[in-house]
Design a protein around this ligand. Structure first.
Ligand code: UT7
Length: 328
């Protein structure tokens, strides 16, 4: 078909919160955070800076990198668990901010697996009778808006960021698609181990919901860790089997950056340590922006060459998981 990743871009807010800063906020230590998670610092959105602001900045960079202007877009898809509002969609706000008149847009939510889910959705829509030619796919999160800054078991883990990609169908049957193989999955039986209890229809905002801190993220850490290792390993194996590609032919393995120990455990099971890209130390867990930030860092630093095979894998609330083999 000729569907390629034509450009990428990222936006990371300026403000940095270090482990030392966190030591002054909750009962934790740099030693605990680094040894249990690999995280050294994370970036936080400025006061008043929203998910759509970050998404629009990443989008501008992806458009520049692709060499196209926003008016050429046929669709905008934003993956986020931290939308500016319940509605309108964050994608609609991005459309307005980047000036992409009339193009359809919507948000997609699969938590930390969201960007890979969104790539699957975009690719499917481009290959469908709708025949979109240029699609902007964004993973953007203001996780700091969901974090209880008094809960040491979660506040050390997350950060804010956005990453964006322009997919383009050049209509040339000789061009190989970026999409080689994919696997997405979910198991709603585990929906409760990672959730934000209030703010939706199950528990609309009330004095009680605020008093009980139900608008903040709650997580069963150890169980999530265990499920993450299993699901990401299995999803990677499934994609390698589907594609018939040997792991030796993979240029980069790009896992969701939630915890260095999860990444190491998956890499060990797949025997792929030497291929793994890591930046969790600098950003923490940026949910659906995480894999996108990695891909853009690799792209902009010239470490991704056209035709390179990249194995990406993710895991998140839902529970959801996803893996994708990408040809750059
Ligand atoms: O994006 C996908 C979703 N999220 C994830 O993938 C996260 C998955 N889970 C994890 O990464 C890990 O479970 C955590 C990093 C969250 C926690 O690490 P752990 O090794 O599973 O620790 P734990 O929850 O079993 O806690 C061990 C101890 C506890 O103390 P006690 O009960 O043994 O006395 C905690 O209270 O560590 C304590 N603890 C802390 N101590 C210092 C928990 N958080 C902290 C902290 N600083 N920040």
């Amino acid at each position: 078909m000729g569907i390629r990743i034509k450009g990428s871009g990222r936006y990371v807010p300026e403000k940095i919160l270090t482990n030392d800063d966190l030591e002054r906020m909750v009962d934790t230590s740099d030693e605990w955070i680094v040894s249990r998670t690999g995280i050294r610092e994370r970036h936080l959105a400025a006061e008043g800076e929203t998910t759509s602001d970050m998404a629009a900045k990443a989008a501008q960079k992806a458009l520049e990198n692709a060499g196209i202007t926003a008016d050429a877009l046929d669709l905008i898809l934003v993956s986020t668990v931290t939308p500016d509002h319940i509605f309108p969609s964050t994608a609609a706000l991005v459309q307005r901010k980047i000036g992409a008149p009339k193009c359809p847009c919507f948000d997609q939510e699969a938590a930390c697996s969201g960007l890979l889910y969104a790539f699957n959705t975009a690719y499917g829509l481009m290959a469908s009778p709708l025949g979109y030619k240029r699609v902007l796919v964004i993973g953007a999160e203001k996780m700091s808006s969901l974090v209880d800054w008094t809960d040491r078991s979660t506040c050390v883990l997350f950060g804010d960021a956005a990453a964006a990609f322009v997919l383009e169908n050049d209509g040339n049957p000789e061009t190989k698609d970026f999409y080689v193989a994919g696997e997405i999955g979910a198991d709603g039986e585990w929906a409760d181990i990672l959730c934000v209890p209030a703010g939706g229809s199950a528990c609309p905002a009330s004095h009680r919901s605020v008093d009980e801190k139900l608008h903040f993220l709650k997580m069963g850490g150890p169980k999530t860790f265990h499920m993450a290792v299993l699901a990401m390993t299995n999803a990677c194996r499934a994609v390698l089997a589907k594609s018939g590609v040997s792991k030796d032919d993979i240029a980069w393995a790009v896992p969701h950056q939630a915890n260095r120990r999860i990444i190491d455990a998956v890499a060990e099971r797949l025997d792929m340590h030497d291929k793994v890209y890591l930046n969790v130390d600098r950003y923490g867990n940026t949910s659906s922006a995480s894999i996108g930030i990695c891909l853009d860092e690799l792209n902009q630093s010239g470490r991704l060459k056209q035709g390179d095979l990249v194995l990406a894998a993710s895991f998140g609330a839902g529970l959801t998981w996803a893996s994708m083999l990408i040809r750059w």
